[in-house]
Design a protein around this ligand. Structure first.
Ligand code: NAD
Length: 515
C-alpha cells in the first residue's frame, strides 16, 4: 500500500532534533515523498532504541522511480543543461549539506553505531565530493581531433550514460552516496538510489536537500528497502543504463547476474583485505598509531580497513608490545561521546559473524594478544561492542588472514624480506588498498608498484581526498569513484566523424552520368 503525502510528513520529520524521537521516511519518487504502510524499523546499534523507520520499497516502487528517472533523462531538462548550470546547483547542494552537517552526523551515528568523530569526518567528505563534482561539471568535456588529415575531422563527445542505479552499503551511508551521486549528476545522468535497509536516513535527508536546492523532479529518486527485493529490482531493470554498486563481493556477483537482462554497464566496489606492511626502517611510532587506526577506524567496518599487519620479524616483538599497549587504551563505547574511539557494530548477526571469526582465530592456533571478546558491561550493555582484537603468528591460510571480517580484528604475520612481504600482501582474492611503512624511498616505490590494489598509501593509511580515485583490483571489483575518473565513469564516449569536401567514392564503377 502506498499513499502520496507531502514532503513534510513523508520526507522526514525535518524540524526535529535528530537525537530525540525516531524519524519516519517515505520513498522519494519523481519529486514526491511517497509513504508506505510497510516499514523497516531501525534500532540504534549502541543502545537498542528505535531511531528510524524506512519504507519497505517494492519492485513496483522501483519501477515508478526508474520511469521517473527515465523521463527526466530522456526529455530533459537535466541532461540538456550546461555543465555550469549543473555545477552551480551541485555547489548549492554542498552548501546546504554543510549547513546541516551536525544533524546529518547525528543521524549517521544513530543508524550505524559509528562514532561522532568519524561521522563528522564522513560528512566533511560528503561536502567535498559535492564541491569537487560541481567543479568537474564545469570542466568536463570531450576532445577534438585535428590531426586526422586535411579531409577528416572528429569530435569525441562525452555524453551522460543515462539512468543510473546507485546501491549503497551501511558502513558509510552518506559518504559512499556522495562518492557516486554528485558525479552522476555532474555528468548529466539521473539516478535511483537504493540505500542499505539499516541506514537509509541520510540518503533521504540528502534527497530532501537536493529537492530544496532546486534539483528538478525525477532527476534523483530514492527507494529504500531490502537488497533481494528493491536492490534486485533496480539492478535488473531494463530502464537502468548503469549500476554503481558498493557492497559485498557475494552481492556483487548477484548484481552481475541481474545486469545481464539488458547488459547494463556496472561499477562494482566490493570487499577488501588491506595489509599494513611495516618495514624495520619505518617510523615505528607512526606505524603503530596507523596500524591501530587502520583496524579500529569505523569499528573495522571499512572496505579499506588494514585488517592484516605484515611486520618485519626483526622489530615485531617490540612493535606488537607497543601496539597492544595502545589498543588497550582505546575507548570503546558511547558513539555520541567525543572521546570515544570505537563504536558499535551494525547489527547482531554481524556481531555474531565477527565473534565467530575470533573463535576461528583461537581454534586455528593464532596467538591472541588482546581483546577477543564482546563487551557487555555498563555503557556496552545494550549494544554490539567488540574489544579491539590482535592475533599474532597468523597463518596465511587461516580464515582470519584470507576472509573479510569487517570488525576490529587485526591479524599479524611476520616477514623476513621484501619479497616475502609483497607476496603475503598480494596473497588475497581482494585488491582494494594496502599501506606501506618505510623511510627508504626505493623500498617505498618498489613495494607500491608491486602491490596489486587500487590504492597504495605510503607512510599513511585510510587517507585521501575527493580528487582521488577509489576502486579495486581482483575481486574487489572494477570501476573508479571520486575525482575526474569517478565522473568519467558516468559518461559514454561518442565519436562524431565528419568528412570535408567531395567524397572519394568506394564504388566509382557504379556511377552513372551526373544528372
Ligand atoms: P551488502 O552487499 O549486503 O549490501 C550492500 C547494498 O546492496 C545494500 O543496499 C543491500 O540492500 C544491497 N543488496 C544486497 N543484496 C542485493 C542484491 N541481490 N541486489 C541488489 N542489491 C543488493 O553489503 P553490506 O553488508 O551492506 O556492506 C558491507 C560490504 O560492502 C563489505 O563487503 C564491504 O567490503 C563492502 N564495501 C565496499 C566498499 C568499496 O568501496 N569497495 C565500500 C564499503 C563497503
Amino acid at each position: 500500500m502506498t499513499s502520496t503525502t507531502d514532503t513534510q510528513t513523508a520526507g522526514s520529520d525535518r524540524g526535529k532534533d535528530a537525537s530525540s524521537e525516531s524519524r519516519t521516511y517515505g520513498n522519494f519518487i519523481n519529486g514526491t515523498w511517497v509513504s508506505r504502510d510497510e516499514l523497516i524499523d531501525r534500532y540504534n546499534p549502541a543502545t537498542g532504541e528505535l531511531v528510524a523507520r524506512f519504507a519497505d520499497g517494492t519492485a513496483a516502487d522501483v519501477h515508478r522511480a526508474v520511469a521517473a528517472a527515465r523521463k527526466a533523462f530522456d526529455t530533459g531538462p537535466w541532461s540538456q543543461t550546461s555543465g555550469a548550470e549543473r555545477g552551480e546547483l551541485l555547489y548549492r547542494i554542498a552548501e546546504r549539506i554543510e549547513a546541516q552537517v551536525e544533524r546529518l552526523a547525528h543521524i549517521e551515528v544513530q543508524e550505524t553505531g559509528k562514532t561522532i568523530r568519524v561521522a563528522r569526518g564522513d560528512l566533511a567528505g560528503v561536502v567535498s565530493h559535492f564541491k569537487n563534482a560541481a567543479g568537474l561539471a564545469w570542466q568536463t568535456t570531450g576532445e577534438s581531433l585535428e590531426n586526422l588529415g586535411p579531409t577528416l575531422t572528429a569530435v569525441n563527445v562525452r555524453e551522460p550514460v543515462g539512468v543510473t542505479g546507485l546501491v549503497i552499503p551501511w558502513n558509510f551511508p552518506a559518504l559512499i552516496l556522495a562518492q557516486k551521486l554528485p558525479y552522476a549528476l555532474a555528468a548529466g545522468c539521473t539516478a535511483v538510489v537504493k540505500p542499505a535497509e539499516t541506514t537509509s536516513g541520510t540518503a533521504c535527508e540528502i534527497a530532501r536537500i537536493c529537492e530544496e536546492a532546486g534539483l528538478p523532479a525525477g532527476v534523483l529518486n530514492v527507494v529504500t528497502g531490502y537488497g533481494p527485493t528493491a536492490g534486485q529490482a533496480l539492478t535488473e531493470h531494463h530502464g537502468v543504463d548503469y549500476v554503481s554498486f558498493t557492497g559485498s563481493t557475494a552481492s556483487g556477483r548477484k548484481v552481475i547476474e541481474a545486469s545481464k537482462s539488458n547488459l547494463k554497464r556496472l561499477a562494482l566496489e566490493l570487499g577488501g583485505k588491506a595489509a599494513t606492511v611495516v618495514f624495520a626502517d619505518a617510523d615505528l611510532d607512526d606505524a603503530a598509531d596507523a596500524a591501530l587506526f587502520a583496524i579500529t577506524f569505523n569499528q573495522g567496518e571499512c572496505c579499506v580497513s588494514g585488517t592484516r599487519l605484515l611486520i618485519d620479524d626483526t622489530v615485531a616483538d617490540e612493535f606488537l608490545t607497543e601496539l597492544v599497549r595502545r589498543a588497550e587504551k582505546l575507548i570503546v563505547g558511547d558513539p555520541m561521546d567525543d572521546a570515544t574511539d570505537v563504536g558499535a557494530l551494525i547489527h547482531s548477526q554481524h556481531l555474531d559473524q565477527v565473534l565467530s571469526f575470533i573463535k576461528q582465530g583461537v581454534d586455528g592456533g593464532a596467538k591472541l594478544l588482546t581483546g577477543g571478546e564482546r563487551l557487555t558491561d555498563g555503557v556496552h550493555a545494550n549494544g554490539q561492542f567488540v574489544a579491539p582484537t590482535v592475533f599474532d603468528h597468523v597463518d596465511p591460510n587461516a580464515a582470519i588472514f584470507q576472509q573479510e571480517i569487517f570488525g576490529p580484528v587485526l591479524s599479524v604475520t611476520r616477514f623476513h624480506n621484501e619479497d616475502e612481504a609483497i607476496a603475503l600482501a598480494n596473497d588475497s582474492i581482494y585488491g582494494l588498498a594496502n599501506s606501506v611503512w618505510t623511510k627508504n624511498i626505493d623500498t617505498a616505490h618498489r613495494v607500491s608498484r608491486a602491490l596489486r590494489s587500487g590504492t597504495v598509501w605510503v607512510n599513511t593509511t585510510i587517507d585521501g581526498s575527493a580528487q582521488l580515485p577509489l576502486g579495486g583490483y581482483k575481486q574487489s571489483g572494477y570501476g573508479r569513484e571520486g575525482g575526474k575518473h569517478g565522473l568519467e565513469e558516468f559518461t559514454n564516449i561518442k565519436s562524431i566523424q565528419t568528412r570535408i569536401g567531395k567524397r572519394r567514392h568506394a564504388y566509382p564503377h557504379t556511377r552513372g552520368p551526373v544528372a
